[in-house]
Design a protein around this ligand. Structure first.
Ligand SMILES: CC(C)(COP(=O)(O)OP(=O)(O)OC[C@H]1O[C@@H](n2cnc3c(N)ncnc32)[C@H](O)[C@@H]1OP(=O)(O)O)[C@@H](O)C(=O)NCCC(=O)NCCS
Length: 143
């Protein structure tokens, strides 16, 4: 592993799709992904030479809502501190841009086996144990 390069707001849709498919299988469409990149508050990507090896992003409204999404380190690069680097970058961004002297609660959704990773940074699972509820938009007739 050569020296890593950290890039801000350069993560492309193609890179996102490559990273997603490396760990989670089939990605959302290119059109969706491009919009997601354009409308993210902050994107961070990590490169080993020319090779992207990690990514993460923040979505939200800059005021009340900051939500961490799509934290991925390529399997060969896991366990080397890159996940910590990603979260540090995201939290620094939020700390630097959030309204001063207000309560800002950063949210994310994690699989149970990843909760201990996030707890290392001070995240705590919702004590109310609220479940994530979802609605699948069926807009297939809109085209
Ligand atoms: C979760 C993930 C981002 C962690 O990245 P990583 O580069 O391996 O993490 P790091 O090497 O920076 O680890 C930072 C610390 O977290 C710990 N850690 C990492 N993964 C952990 C896990 N699943 N459970 C508990 N602790 C974990 C490390 O031991 C390390 O602890 P230390 O600083 O006390 O030594 C990575 O495993 C990954 O990309 N997984 C696949 C995608 C995924 O599931 N993303 C999370 C979506 S919620």
């Amino acid at each position: 592993m050569s020296e890593l390069t950290v890039k801000h707001n350069e993560l492309s849709a193609d890179e996102f799709i490559f990273m997603w498919e490396s760990v989670w299988g089939q990605c959302p469409t290119y059109e969706q992904t491009l919009l997601a990149m354009e409308h993210s508050l902050f994107r961070v990507s990590v490169f080993d030479g020319e090779q992207i090896v990690a990514m993460a992003r923040v979505i939200g409204d800059m005021g009340l809502c900051y939500y961490i999404k799509d934290v991925i380190v390529l399997p060969d690069y896991q366990g080397k501190g890159i996940g910590r680097l990603l979260i540090d970058e995201l939290l620094r961004y939020i700390n630097d841009h959030g309204v001063s002297d207000t309560n800002i609660f950063v949210e994310l959704c994690a699989m149970p086996d990843k909760i201990p990773f996030y707890e290392k940074f001070g995240f705590s699972a919702n004590e109310a144990q609220r479940l994530r509820i979802m609605y699948h938009v069926d807009n297939s007739g809109n085209r």
